[in-house]
Structures are given as structure tokens and as C-alpha cells.
Design a protein around this ligand. Structure first.
Ligand SMILES: [Fe+2]
Length: 357
């Protein structure tokens, strides 16, 4: 993998192949999406006992299940019998999860409970231990509404891993944080890293978001703190315009794929980016209020319209970044601003380290 990277680290970004190559994508799945805490979903989307939610992480089918204690657990989404994908759409399965193929049945804690006629007339052949064949569980961490999993099971505790991000939210009363709207963008024709990098740097904001924001570039600064990189802007109160993005903001990420924005005085936005293949990524954004305030339908619609427009402006750019990767000019990775894109460089260095280690 080291051949993917330029020696001249001062100038070049990741080479084009890091955004287009199927083998590189597979390596990302096997390394950084397997070994780290990966953001996979929103706890509020599983409100009831028996709710299940299938996801794909690093190409691996996973199912989230809410159990009788109100906890969400993650399992490999495959029946222990013939390895059929157990859950293929979000749904409530009631008290038990049953495979549609031969009715093998699991509790909401993943324990195998029934294997009808597996031994012929007997349900349990001799020497077959039900307790050995439950669903295979996956390490999970839930930070407020945000669900992370670690496929390898070897990551440090989530609190230790995410400490550089979490400390930015010391002053938030999470009891008051409420999801008020979801924007589902479906699939975007770009590599997942372009969506991350575009979010991480503030350089493009004044050019791409001319109509949606009024944040002067010079008031921004970048943030590089271990696995948390991004940027921020602090504005004086009199400069703030609530209906646009002209407010004090912190744009933060947690490597590899968690994105969270804080918008003063009372809003958080979180986006989920799910890599589908080297050139396609699914994206969803959930908008939260942070002060427990009531928001009218009109206010919610205004927030959705604003954020829809902002994301569409970014998607258009990210899709053209992808198209530019077909040019021989992009082979060496283009250039990064040493000032405004040093946070992008930090993200790319984490990518490079993860796939070469
Ligand atoms: Fe943007």
C-alpha cells in the first residue's frame, strides 16, 4: 500500500487511486473500518423493544436489535444455520427473531432458542449445543443518540477513543437534545472521503455556500486533535443571523466517519456517511435542537430547506472531485493549502497510516 502515497508530504493529497481503486476500498474496509469505532446509526431510529435495523459496515452485514432491557446490541446479520442474511429491512420482529428459511429462532439477546427438526424427528441432534450457536455479537458503543460499532473488537474504550471530540460537548445538556428532522440524501456519486474532507476544511465555505452562509473565511480556524479534526468559527453576537449559517459553529469529525456540527446557540447536526463502493456513498443528516425548545413546523421546514441546500452544494462539489480523479493530473493527489487544509492533511495521514500499518 505504501506505493499509494507520495513522499512529498508537504504538497500532495492522497493519490487518485485512493478514491477510485476497488482494492484500496477493500483495504479500507479491512483496516480502518474494522479496527476503529465506526459510526453506523441513530438510537432514536430503534424506539421499541424488538426493533431491528440492518446496516452494512465495511461490506459486512450487521443488524442492530433493541432488547427487552431497552438496550441496543449489534450482531452479525447472518443465521447460524445456513448464514442467510436475517434482517433485510428495518422492522419490529416482536419478542423473537426468526430466520425465514428454516425457522431457526433467536431471542432479542441473540440466543438461539429453536432449531425445528434440525436432527430429523428431533429438534436438537446429539451433541448439538444451542448455546454455541447464537448470533455473533459485535462491540457497540452508544454516545447519546449515536451508535458506533467496532468489528474487530480490539478498539480502545469508546470514551478513550473519542475523548478529543467529547470534550467539545462538556457544556451541552444532552437531556435537552432532541432530533427534530432527518434528511435522507440516498446515494451520492463520490468516495466517502471527499464528503469527510469537504466537511473538515473551511476554505470552500465562502465560495461554495455564498447564498447559504455569510461566514468570512478569515474568522475560521482549523482543529487538529488526534482522531478529531475539523474547523470552527467564532462570531460576535451582532454578526449572527440565525436563519442562515452565519452563527458561531464548530465542524467536528471523529475518525473515520462521524460528523457532528454545533451551531450556536441551539442546534446540532450529525451526518452518517456510509461507503457503498469506491465511488458511491450514502448520506443522511439528523438535525437536533439542544435547549429542549419547541420548534414550529415552519421552523423545522426552514431548517430542512437550509440544510438540504447546503448539502446539495457540497454534493455537487464532491461529485466533481470524483470525476476529476479520471484525469492524469489527479494521479499525484493535487495540492492542499498548508493553512486551511492542514486538517484535511491530518485526516489523510490517518487514512494512510491505517491502510499501511
Ligand atoms: Fe460545505
Amino acid at each position: 500500500m505504501s506505493t499509494f502515497f507520495q513522499k512529498d508530504k508537504l504538497k500532495h493529497g492522497l493519490p487518485a487511486s485512493a478514491y477510485t481503486d476497488v482494492d484500496f476500498f477493500r483495504t479500507e474496509c479491512d483496516t480502518l473500518f474494522t479496527n476503529n469505532w465506526v459510526f453506523v446509526g441513530f438510537a432514536h431510529e430503534l424506539p421499541e423493544t424488538g426493533d431491528t435495523y440492518p446496516i452494512t459496515v465495511a461490506g459486512t452485514p450487521v443488524v442492530l436489535i433493541k432488547n427487552n432491557q431497552g438496550q441496543i446490541a449489534a450482531f452479525h446479520n447472518a443465521c447460524s444455520h445456513r448464514c442467510l442474511k436475517l434482517v433485510d429491512e428495518p422492522k419490529n420482529v416482536g419478542p423473537m427473531l426468526t430466520c425465514p428459511y428454516h425457522s431457526w429462532t433467536y431471542s432479542l439477546d441473540g440466543d438461539l432458542c429453536a432449531t425445528p427438526f434440525f436432527g430429523g424427528k428431533e429438534h436438537h441432534p446429539e451433541g448439538f449445543n444451542m448455546s454455541d450457536h447464537g448470533l455473533k455479537s459485535i462491540k457497540i458503543a452508544i454516545w447519546h443518540d449515536w451508535i458506533f460499532i467496532n468489528l474487530s473488537g480490539n478498539a480502545p474504550s469508546f470514551e478513550d477513543y473519542a475523548a478529543p471530540l467529547i470534550k467539545n460537548f462538556d457544556d451541552i445538556n444532552f437531556q435537552q437534545v432532541r432530533p427534530v428532522a432527518t434528511l435522507d440524501f440516498g446515494e451520492i456519486s463520490t468516495n466517502w472521503k471527499f464528503l469527510m474532507e469537504n466537511y473538515i476544511e473551511p476554505y470552500h465555505v465562502q465560495f461554495v455556500h455564498r447564498t447559504t452562509t455569510n461566514q468570512p473565511l478569515e474568522d475560521h480556524y482549523t482543529i487538529i486533535d488526534g482522531v478529531c479534526v475539523g474547523s470552527a468559527i467564532d462570531l460576535d453576537d451582532e454578526d449572527k443571523v440565525k436563519e442562515s449559517l452565519s452563527v458561531s459553529s464548530r465542524y467536528l469529525t471523529l475518525f473515520p466517519n462521524f460528523i457532528i456540527g454545533r451551531y450556536a446557540p441551539d442546534q446540532i447536526g450529525v451526518y452518517l456517511n456510509v461507503p457503498v463502493n469506491p465511488e458511491r456513498t450514502q448520506q443522511k443528516r439528523v438535525i437536533y435542537t439542544t435547549e429542549g425548545q419547541t420548534v414550529s413546523n415552519e421552523e423545522v421546514e426552514a431548517m430542512k430547506k437550509l440544510w438540504w441546500d447546503v448539502h446539495k452544494e457540497d454534493h455537487a462539489i464532491c461529485e466533481r472531485l470524483q470525476l476529476g480523479r479520471a484525469s492524469p493530473v489527479s494521479k499525484d493527489g493535487g495540492l492542499l493549502s498548508p493553512h486551511w487544509e492542514n486538517s484535511v492533511r491530518a485526516f489523510q495521514e490517518m487514512i494512510a497510516k491505517a491502510v499501511t500499518d
